[in-house]
Write a protein that binds this ligand. Structure first.
Ligand SMILES: Nc1ncnc2c1ncn2[C@@H]1O[C@H](COP(=O)(O)OP(=O)(O)OP(=O)(O)O)[C@@H](O)[C@H]1O
Ligand SMILES: [Mg+2]
Length: 194
């Protein structure tokens, strides 16, 4: 892994891809994306995960990490959140999500969860995670963020039906926490309406 001074980079020449709370991302030559992070520690955490999973099909390959920036593969796809908002969730896509969650287990992630906006759907239909955060240290026993996102767009039922059919063990393990959280959200919503 090679480090270089981020000042050397001609960011103005690169296409801006997007930004979040942790940094801004630009398209570099060679179909790579560079993320400039606001906080060095969060950059280190993200680089650690990308290095840990390097070569796994669900994650962009990491090429460089230098303190406040990371160079990784550009992910050319559609944001899963935008996709389900418009198209809903097909059984096929629900199965792909389940495969993704099973891969998290195989990778021995502590946090087996991901936000809908961090999943991208590639042209070939495969899924990829653009923003890996907290997978190695945040403990989570069921995919809370993912299910919350699915619920927001009316896709949770389809997901649960497919989960029950294909991975009954996971369904049984997750369903109680899942319904509790859903009830909690409904209460919060009702409180807001008062
Ligand atoms: N590898 C990539 N390929 C293509 N686009 C990307 C890539 N990484 C990030 N982006 C774009 O840049 C945006 C911001 O990236 P990212 O989500 O990693 O930032 P963040 O600051 O960590 O966000 P958050 O605050 O939500 O955690 C994404 O929403 C996406 O549009
Ligand atoms: Mg982030």
């Amino acid at each position: 892994m090679r480090n270089r001074d981020v000042e050397e980079l001609n960011l103005l020449e690169y296409k801006f891809l997007g930004k979040g709370n942790n940094g801004a991302v630009y398209l570099m030559p060679g179909n790579k994306a560079i993320k400039i992070c606001n906080v060095v520690d969060s950059c280190a955490g993200e680089a650690e995960i990308l290095e840990y999973v390097n070569g796994n099909n669900y994650f962009p390959k990491i090429y460089e990490y230098g303190g406040n920036y990371i160079v990784r593969d550009f992910v050319d796809g559609v944001c899963f959140r935008d996709y389900i908002k418009k198209n809903g969730l097909s059984e096929d896509l629900a199965e792909k999500l389940i495969e993704l969650l099973k891969e998290f287990k195989k990778l021995k992630f502590k946090k087996q969860d991901v936000r809908c906006k961090d999943i991208y759907i590639l042209k070939d239909g495969n899924l990829m995670i653009i923003d890996p955060k907290g997978f190695l240290n945040k403990k989570r026993n069921y995919p809370r963020h993912l299910c919350k996102g699915l619920d927001t767009f009316g896709c949770l039922e389809v997901f649960l039906e497919v989960l029950k059919k294909r991975e009954r063990g996971l369904y049984v393990r997750w369903i109680d926490s899942l319904l509790e959280d859903r009830e909690e959200r409904a209460k919060e919503y009702l409180a807001l309406m008062k």
